[in-house]
Design a protein around this ligand. Structure first.
Ligand code: APR
Length: 237
């Protein structure tokens, strides 16, 4: 660990759907991906929600319900161990809307694309925890209005959360690690370029080279549930 600490004070980890794939959560792109069965424009834009809220709610209600049947995998547990034991700065930025990082125990975590288990009332602008189906009749626990609650998910065309905090962390990172993301969606896909430009070592862990693979110093190909524990063990020993 002393050697790691001398090399890296500050780490930023970015995770994507591939992180949770070994837990049985569907990824977006690829043969069985969520975007193979659904058009993004139908379920993941503010326009889609205005046009057909029932369809959008059904899509997210089903994904929320699935969370009850999945568990964090060895990769999530390894990142939680890193969080608990790494004495330097660490920020885990996830694009995932599942709750597997926190269920594994990660604390220095932010959900840049929102969370399935949170709702957002468009009438009073409050955000709050949510479990079970949301559906159109959902009532805001804050203002009591019906029909104004939407999943607290960042849809296409909307600004991801906490970009300032993420940018600050990327600017000062010595090590940037991207896990299980295709690199198809910005701004997350551009984090590697920011981190690298500012001098961070950049490591990618993914089943296949991502779209931004050339920007990384090193790419490790394989399953996150196997490669992440190995990488964390390397860093902490
Ligand atoms: N271990 C590691 N990587 C894996 C695994 C695994 N077990 N299984 C799949 N992968 C890789 C795939 O090869 C792919 O490159 O994970 C990546 C998943 O890519 P996407 O499905 O595109 O998911 P992600 O990059 O998280 O998508 C970004 O797109 O639609 C949006 O908002 C959604 O947050 C999401 C964003």
């Amino acid at each position: 660990m002393v050697a790691s600490l001398e090399r890296y004070r500050s780490i930023v980890v970015l995770t994507g759907a591939g992180m949770s794939a070994d837990s049985g959560v569907a990824t977006f792109r690829g043969p069985d991906g969520l975007w193979e069965g659904h058009r993004v424009e139908d379920v993941a834009t503010p326009e889609a929600f205005r046009r057909d809220p029932a369809l959008v709610h059904a899509f997210y209600d089903a994904r929320r319900a699935k969370l009850d049947n999945v568990e964090p995998n060895a990769g999530h547990h390894a990142l939680a161990r890193l969080d608990a034991q790494w004495p330097g700065d660490l920020l885990i930025v996830t694009q995932n809307v599942d709750d597997l990082h926190e269920r594994a125990g990660a604390r220095r975590l932010l959900h840049m694309h929102g969370e399935l288990k949170r709702g957002w009332c468009t009438a009073c602008d409050r955000r709050f925890p949510w479990s079970g189906p949301m559906g159109e009749p959902a009532v805001c626990p804050g203002c009591g209005q019906t029909g104004q609650v939407r999943p607290d998910i960042v849809w296409f065309g909307e600004m991801p959360y906490e970009m300032e905090r993420i940018d600050e962390a990327l600017m000062t990172a010595d090590l940037f690690v991207s896990i299980g993301t295709s690199g198809a969606v910005y701004p997350a896909a551009g984090f590697v370029q920011t981190a690298r430009y500012r001098g961070a070592r950049c490591l990618e862990i993914n089943l296949e080279p991502s779209q931004g693979s050339i920007f990384f110093h090193e790419t490790r190909l394989g399953r996150a549930s196997e490669l992440v524990p190995a990488w964390v063990a390397e860093l902490l020993t």
